[in-house]
Ligand binder design. Structure first.
Ligand SMILES: Cc1cc2nc3c(=O)[nH]c(=O)nc-3n(C[C@H](O)[C@H](O)[C@H](O)COP(=O)(O)OP(=O)(O)OC[C@H]3O[C@@H](n4cnc5c(N)ncnc54)[C@H](O)[C@@H]3O)c2cc1C
Length: 377
């Protein structure tokens, strides 16, 4: 196997090692720095933004052992992820499974090279957990569909170039049977995107309004009215990526916070110990499940278990840090708080969102009960 550590050391400038930098590509995200750009370019050239994807799709064609070895070499060197986003984590694998040759050729290399940034148009004001009741419609107009309706909680839509969107294409059949999966650019006429301010001070969330927006027929993914199966499959990829920690806030350091704020507090020590033990058990379970899944190779309904556990653990971890820090844990601005404390407050608030994103904890419990444990409805 190739010596990835040596390759990364050659291409990843030391000034960006160990730094929390991220880049989501597309026409609107800024490159974090020129040094990051040279690292990104080197990865794109070798297909290492998506190590497991085939070379034809813009990847490096590595098998899962080689890709794991590349990722652990990045950790050893402290190299930041060159590219990150919904295109890589969710849509790309879905297009590989359901897309035509033409769709794979047009979309996958652009995702791999970070040329297009994608967002997810699933939720609507009246369709969240009960996603199949969505009402944004797409009507057939010969060469194209006309889309009317709206989406909400569309993360990052204001900086995205394209949207993958669930639309209703048949109103006369039961909800799940009349849904299709469409891809279209967000800069088309008839589309308005507005940001929503969040409790953590950010405004990553958006609303998207479609008023006779056009989507090309050749960007219907899978069969007409066959979108529900694709939507569920993509959610498995989404939940798998959340459970790998890719989208979690990851702020604060639990043992360091205990030492700093509550070293002599028995209850706090006990709580930290329980969280650390649960986390260790979770990491071991994930490793075992990964080995078991190697044979099937793709995420299953068990991803709901991992999405549930990882977001709950992250929330418990940040709750504990915030509680131990006392008033220092509730800082929003001002120089009585350290930078780390201010960042942890925002991560704590954001961690609550991940109990809901990608399907709430209650919904994951329902899926685990039905699909993993086989319990009756
Ligand atoms: C950080 C974040 C990012 C997001 N990004 C996106 C995105 O990019 N694109 C997108 O389309 N959506 C996105 N969402 C929206 C997300 O998918 C929905 O918020 C989620 O599916 C829940 O839907 P809802 O908000 O309408 O709540 P509701 O469905 O109204 O649920 C309200 C409450 O009822 C509970 N509940 C609902 N049904 C059941 C049930 N059957 N059994 C038990 N309890 C139930 C829920 O758990 C929840 O506590 C994001 C959400 C968050 C928080």
């Amino acid at each position: 196997m190739e010596d990835f550590v040596a390759w990364i050391e050659r291409h990843c400038p030391s000034s960006i090692r160990g730094k929390r930098l991220s880049y989501s590509g597309g026409s609107k995200h800024k490159m974090p720095s020129p040094e990051f750009e040279s690292w990104f370019d080197a990865c794109v050239e070798r297909g290492l933004t998506v190590p497991e994807w085939s070379k034809e799709h813009g990847g490096a064609g590595l098998n899962s052992d080689e890709a794991a070895s590349f990722r652990s070499a990045m950790e050893v060197v402290g190299a930041p992820l060159p590219l990150f986003g919904l295109g890589i984590a969710m849509l790309g694998p879905t297009i590989m499974e359901f897309g035509t040759d033409d769709q794979q050729k047009r979309h996958l290399p652009k995702i791999a090279r970070g040329e297009v940034c994608w967002c997810q148009g699933y939720s609507e004001p009246g369709a969240g957990s009960d996603l199949a009741s969505l009402s944004t419609r797409a009507d057939d107009h010969g060469d194209f569909y006309l889309i009317n309706g709206s989406k909400i909680w569309t993360s990052g839509a204001y900086k995205a170039d394209w949207i993958f969107c669930l639309v209703r294409t048949d109103q006369s059949v039961p909800n799940q049977e009349g849904i299709s999966f469409l891809l279209f650019p967000l800069d088309a006429p008839g589309i308005t995107v507005r940001t929503i301010d969040l409790i953590n001070g950010g405004s990553e969330f958006c609303e998207a309004f479609f008023d006779d927006a056009k989507a090309a027929k050749n960007d219907l993914l899978g069969d007409l009215n066959g979108g529900w199966t694709i939507a569920k499959r993509l959610l498995q990829f989404e939940r798998a990526s959340v459970s790998r920690g890719e989208f979690l806030p990851r702020g604060g350091n639990l043992p360091a916070a205990l030492k700093k704020y509550a070293a002599d507090d028995f209850a706090a020590r006990n709580n930290v110990l329980c969280i650390e033990m649960d986390d260790a058990a979770f990491q071991l379970t994930k490793r075992r499940a990964k080995q078991e899944a190697m044979s099937s190779g793709t995420p299953t309904f068990a991803t709901s278990t991992f999405k549930f556990l990882s977001s709950e653990l992250e929330s418990r971890r940040l709750d504990a840090i915030t509680a131990m820090a006392g008033t220092q844990g509730l800082g929003w601005s001002g120089n009585v708080f350290t930078k780390e404390e201010l960042k942890t407050t925002r991560s704590w608030l954001l961690s609550k969102g991940f109990l809901i994103a990608g399907g709430s904890s209650e919904v994951q419990r329902n899926i685990v009960a039905k699909r993993v444990l086989g319990l009756p409805d």
